[in-house]
Design a protein around this ligand. Structure first.
Ligand code: SF4
Ligand code: SF4
Length: 330
């Protein structure tokens, strides 16, 4: 009997989403019994031409992780879309751009300069930066003008949030489709309520909260049982989707928003800024400015995972609208 086919691909990401798949553990064996993994470059040999040779729609599920940062990511995403019945954006980078999306604060040339020349840990005396081909004329993929989410270049059926996506969510998503339980197209396959609802510190989140000083975690001896916000430490639990079993809070670190926004929230960073602003009750503009100035790197904090999916998308006006890779109309 022909088993449903699964393809797994990795665009611009750190590899953590692939680790989540490995963390399926014995469920990987169950998966191997129920489906045939036909393409997974991180784990086995596979070629673009093998995929091209398949009939359109003949892959049951393609799980694509990572943001779209290079021309070959677009080509592979388009090919997998053509060959697949369902495409799942797996993890924060594919869903909302992830940390990779923060590259949109800079022009691609600046990103390469930083990564290959200026970074403190880089030793590159000839100051070599990747160009369009290797010394032996092998073509190299071209950087896009800006980082995109997967659904900014192809149609996506479902999303698994998280950085990395919790294995439990990955498992539920794959087996639900294999058992012919199809969620509504466009669903984000995790619970649709804020992280605070299931946080072990939820009982210590006061109903009324007013913050006069925002502290970073190294500036205070924080209580490991008390809500971070109540201690003046920014935690993004109120504006972040639940479903991770509060893994950062359990490790005594505040949430940084990797499971993304709840349904209906267009801009996770703006939503977060709005709730943080509501904690400041001061009315004197100078005092408000003094409190806000205590928040280090607000863009990196509020848009850590979602800049590429946000309303602003990039710091540079018009960047990426004319490079021919977007499926967005505005
Ligand atoms: S703000 Fe953070 S620490 Fe407080 S209840 Fe929400 S998730 Fe938990
Ligand atoms: S606590 Fe927040 S940052 Fe940590 S895994 Fe959960 S959603 Fe992601």
């Amino acid at each position: 009997m022909n088993k449903p086919r699964i393809a797994i691909y990795w665009c611009a990401s750190c590899g953590g989403c692939e680790e989540s798949l490995i963390d399926l553990g014995e469920d990987l064996l169950k998966l191997a019994r129920s489906a045939e993994i036909i393409f997974w470059p991180a784990a086995m040999d596979g070629r673009f031409s093998d995929l091209e040779a398949l009939a359109d729609g003949s892959i049951f599920i393609s799980l694509i992780n990572g943001a779209i940062q290079q021309e070959d990511h677009v080509n592979m995403a388009r090919l997998l879309r053509k060959k697949s019945r369902f495409v799942i954006a797996n993890g924060s980078c594919a869903q909302i751009g992830g940390v990779i999306g923060l590259a949109n604060l800079h022009r691609p040339k600046e990103v390469l300069q930083r990564a290959y020349i200026d970074a403190e840990t880089v030793a590159n005396p000839p100051r070599t930066i990747p160009g369009s081909q290797t010394a032996s004329s092998c073509p190299l993929p071209r950087h896009l003008n800006r980082v995109r989410t997967l659904d900014q270049v192809i149609d996506v059926d479902y999303y698994i949030p998280g950085c990395p996506p919790p294995s439990e969510l990955v498992k539920n998503a794959i087996f639900s489709l294999l058992e012919n339980n199809f969620p509504l197209k466009g669903s984000i396959l995790s619970e649709n309520r804020a992280l605070c609802h299931t946080c072990p510190r939820q009982g210590t989140l006061p109903e009324h909260l007013s913050v006069l000083r925002f502290k970073r975690i190294h500036e205070t001896l924080w209580n490991p049982r008390q809500c971070f916000l109540d201690q003046g430490i920014i935690c993004l639990g109120p504006s972040t989707r639940g479903g991770c079993r509060s893994r950062c809070i359990s490790a005594n670190m505040p949430c940084r928003g990797c499971l993304g926004p709840l349904d209906g929230v267009r801009d996770q960073g703006a939503k977060t800024i709005s709730f943080i602003a509501s904690l400041i009750e001061e009315t004197d503009p100078e005092k408000i400015a003094a409190i806000v100035s205590q928040i280090a790197d607000p863009t990196g904090l509020f848009y850590r995972y979602s800049l590429a999916a946000s309303l602003i998308k990039t710091r540079h006006k018009g960047l990426g609208q004319t490079d021919g890779f977007s499926r967005e109309t505005s």
